[in-house]
Design a protein around this ligand. Sequence first.
Ligand code: ADP
Ligand code: MG
Length: 730
Amino acid sequence: MPTVRFRALEDINKREILDIEFPSDKISDYFGTNVFDLNKMQKYLSKEAYLGVKKSIETGNKIERRIADQIAAGMKDWAISKGATHYTHWFHPLTGNTAEKHDTFLNIDSQGNAFENFDGELLAQQEPDASSFPHGGLRNTFEARGYTAWDPSSPAFVMGKTLCIPTIFISYTGEALDYKTPLLKSIQSLDKSATEVCRYFDKNVNKVYATLGWEQEYFLVDEALYKARPDLALTGRTLMGHASAKDQQLSDHYFSSIPERVLAYMKDFEIEAHKLGIPIKTRHNEVAPNQFECAPIFEEVNLANDHNLLLMELMRKIAGKHKFKVLFHEKPFAEINGSGKHNNWSLATNTGRNLLKPGNTPKTNLQFLTFLINIVKAVKTHNDLLRASIVSAGNQHRLGANEAPPSIISVFLGIKLTEILNNIEQRIQNKKMTSDEKTELKLDIGKIPEILLDNTDRNRTSPFAFTGNRFEFRAVGSSENSAGPMIALNTAVAEQLQIFKTDVDTLISQKMKKDEAILKILRKYIIESKTVRFEGNGYSRDWEKEAEKRGLSNIKSVSEALKAYISKETVELFEKHKILNRKELASRYEIKICEYVQKIQIEARVLGDLSINHIIPTAIKYQNVLISSVKDLKDISNDNEEYQVLAKSRIETIKKISRLATAISSKVEELTDTRKKANIIENCTDRIQIYEFEVKPFLEDIRYHIDKLELIVDDEIWPLPKYRELLFNR
Ligand code: ADP
Ligand code: MG
């Protein structure tokens, strides 16, 4: 009987490459066909209802009940025409996944006749019994109800046979239980602050929205191999496995031609994504073997984030058809690159201007500099909050590893912009500027677009890099809901822009000219935020030392980093902008802490089980083979001397195996004891200390010994698929 591993390897040889048929030659023919967008609304709704929903999308205002009824009826007719039988409120609980509870459109009238029904009330609100979603102490089970409420700014869509309605999720008492609620609030707050600042430059601006273009990295593993690896299946990452002799050293995977079976998978999920209006644009191989990436055309941040979550769901689903498993974990394999979700973020106005793109006039360039510098300042001030928004058990393995940004949150601007900021700093001194100085400065600022044209330097080691017309927040983990970091960033920038407005207005009220006041304040911010700017190699040890000198925090511990969520500064910031209140922040903190504890707990259990049930028995089995072969050698040897020569290396291997197996079992025992000690502690805030600083180190230690064993034991009896098999089958 072959082992599970060999049966899995046999399965792979039988894989077929699916033939993917495109619905049409042109993507634009089927793009958005499964979305109830404005075009379809126009067709299915009365004029009144159409205008009502359009206005609500633009202004965020509530929709009247009467109109909601009309919208619901139109939405239902459209969904049924697409084959839908069910509807669901689609929301993002704090698990980081998406959630849905399906109901049919079916209704029965008083005569007992069946008919399809969907009204405004069902559209606007649902009341899922949601006591099992994480709430971090916000709800007691006796008031388990949660409410979902429609978010008209993200259009409904049909997936399979279900009409999905994007919604927010709040508790009976009105606290947010999801990511979307605070995201929408942060968008509003940012809009308000940014619009006011824009109006210094252009009175036509009455709305500013954040844009997001995410780059999603992921790994693919054959389904059979995945199932033969309980660690992958239960924790999303490999808890053991010696590095493959060849992995990413040759960089021969990055941007190389996409393997056919993978390409079929990509085409398949892209077709479904395009039908759902997700504007996927780019696909390519990433650096590590079996690692890939896709990216869309950027969109408004709320929609973009819904699309990212929806795409991840699609990718998981469609992987099954191709006998793949998709891994979104930040570090599924040791020693090779992990996966991130780079959040490309910018600000756009209703007048069609990207505020992080320099313009053609000194005025638009001053506007560009205003936003750029304020964002740098926001990152400096809210450094710890931004870090807290991206840390997790998975991302902890990635951050600060060789290929990923460190846990120091710095900003990269590029040489040219740095020069410009330095110039502003030097030219405007605290005295009044002469007209010559003003002209020179204007000229400088006027040159920005030309300068940036050839400013092609890209810094891939920065967690927060300016890339010509946007910032790229690269520290975000691949499995994360980007709403977390986007809420933090939007809010931090909203606050900073508000402060800026006040500062400038104060100078203006003292009779200073507007442009001069703006420059004066910008200069002040340039100086105040200087320490957060870093142009060098963010992966180097030197940077860590330098950052320490500059007083930048470098918090590697998850439990420590998460504390920023409940710091005085964060509570004040979030309450001031009405994003989340103290209680809601405390609950989120609690959820994050508990999630970390649970993840490490599961990893520790899985590693313990695998060690005792898979690894040690295999070691003993092989050891016994060696022992009997050593005995046989005795029989065929002419004398003891000859026997010693023949048996030497085998005896050494036996001893080595013994030492490794003994170390593994005693460490597993210690690990179990440590866990027991931790589990007596009631609250996660204390428990996490033991999990992070005592339990977690065992995982590395035990793994080290198992990986050594893997190198010695007969390949034929090794039970778990090896790295070379997981990473090179596609
Ligand atoms: P790279 O790997 O060079 O960073 P990609 O093409 O993989 O570039 O991804 C760039 C992402 O940035 C895309 O999703 C793109 O739509 C997005 N992007 C471009 N401009 C903006 C912008 N103004 N706001 C937000 N995202 C943007
Ligand atoms: Mg990028």
